[in-house]
Design a protein around this ligand. Structure first.
Ligand code: SAH
Ligand code: SF4
Length: 374
């Protein structure tokens, strides 16, 4: 709501139809408005030239078309752009635009903060403030598209920004349904990837949907001992339970799961880890993304050397597993994986302090694990 008006960004066709019928308007009006919002990216009523002035005034009085407000855009040397948005009540979220040769990728957020509290992730240092609405989720895409201008290239959406998307299931699914609607944005579900830290009930529920995006799992460790420390929800849904949910997940022909593996110096990057990873994922249709940790003053961990990353990849390759190494994008403006925290400055300015430093006991356990192997 803004100025007491209901915001139609995020509304489904059914919802717009109900609102129009309340105004005594025919269903075709709702279809016009739906296409105007999601296909033509209208964000004021003036642009709807096919609607009479009288009705436009009526709509203007009752409904707004507000995207999340862009506070700042940070342009990286590599072309990546980090968008800082404000959402009510004065909270901050971020999205990232990543240009690539043959496609553009938008990385969008689903929550303000995150309850999972992964040790290596800056977002996880922020308390969970709230779930974003479907309108705020798809509104990030609309705002980026609008700011970007005409987009000739293919668009990929990765739901990998701030938050655990499966903790905000309903709103995320509603936003995905809007993204793929043929009358609206008309994106292919194959171009949408949802990444989860391994919230198993959400993975199982997603598997029952008529519409399923690509699924990426942030595995990040090969033993429960280490994963418990890195990703606290592993204590509830451990690696075996998570991988069983992955094996049960319905995959269309030629589709694969993605496993993300953030490589952390001395913690999960040993030869034994690589061999174990190959064994764990043996029977799955998959691809692996190796992500060298993006370091940050908020995170008490380091990335491995480039040689270690390549050695890890080689062990997987020798087991016939293709693993790509994700190079950091936008790291000079804090836009890289795990860096999103709604901060105004790039991290080099050093003017922010960790609100929730890692517990010394967790660090001690990790160090102990380092010394003693597994
Ligand atoms: N909550 C979801 C999606 C957002 S995090 C999830 O955890 O999957 C997106 C990705 O960033 C995850 O794969 C996560 O493991 C990775 N990530 C988090 N912190 C990182 C860091 N410091 N360096 C590199 N990748 C990181
Ligand atoms: Fe949340 Fe994902 Fe960050 Fe973990 S890695 S704290 S789940 S955003």
């Amino acid at each position: 709501m803004s100025n007491g008006k209901a915001n139609l960004i995020g509304a489904s066709l059914d919802e717009i139809e109900a609102l129009m019928s309340g105004l005594g308007e025919a269903p075709f009006r709702a279809r016009q408005i739906f296409a105007g919002i999601y296909r033509r990216r209208m964000h004021s009523w003036d642009g709807f030239s096919e609607i009479s002035k009288l009705l436009r005034e009526k709509l203007e009085e009752r409904f707004s078309l507000d995207y999340p407000r862009i506070l700042q855009v940070f342009q990286s040397a590599d072309g990546t752009r980090r968008y800082l948005f404000e959402v009510p009540p004065g909270q901050r979220i971020e999205s990232v635009f990543i240009p690539e040769e043959r496609r553009d990728t938008f990385c969008i957020s689903t929550q303000v903060g995150c309850a999972v509290e992964c040790l290596f992730c800056v977002t996880g240092k922020l308390p969970l403030r709230r779930n974003l609405t479907a309108g705020e989720i798809i509104g990030q895409v609309l705002a980026l598209q609008t700011d970007r201008g005409a987009i000739a290239k293919r668009l990929n959406i990765v739901i990998m920004g701030m938050g655990e998307p499966l903790h905000n299931y309903e709103n995320v699914m509603k936003a995905i349904r809007l993204m793929v609607d043929a009358q609206g944005m008309d994106l292919s579900p194959r171009r949408i990837t949802l990444s989860t830290a391994g919230f198993v009930p959400g993975i199982r529920r997603l598997g029952t949907e008529p519409l399923i995006p690509n699924l990426a799992i942030s595995l990040n460790a090969t033993t429960d001992r280490v994963r418990d420390l890195l990703i606290p929800i592993n204590r509830k849904w451990n690696i075996a339970v998570l991988l069983q949910a992955c094996r049960d997940f319905p995959l269309e022909a030629r589709r694969r799961l993605t496993f993300e593996y953030v490589l952390i110096d001395g913690i999960n990057d040993t030869d034994e880890d690589a061999h174990r990873l190959a064994r764990l994922l043996k029977r799955l249709k998959k691809k692996i993304n190796l992500i060298p940790l993006n370091p940050d003053p908020w995170v008490p961990l380091k990335p491995p050397s480039a040689e270690r990353v390549l050695a890890f990849q080689k062990i997987l390759a020798d087991s016939h597993i293709t693993a790509s190494i994700r190079r950091p994008r936008g790291d000079d403006v804090s836009a890289a994986c795990g860096m999103l925290a709604g901060r105004e400055q790039a991290r080099e300015s050093g003017d922010h302090l960790p609100p929730k430093p890692a517990k010394p006991s967790v660090l001690a356990q990790l160090q102990e694990r380092n010394g003693s192997g597994n």
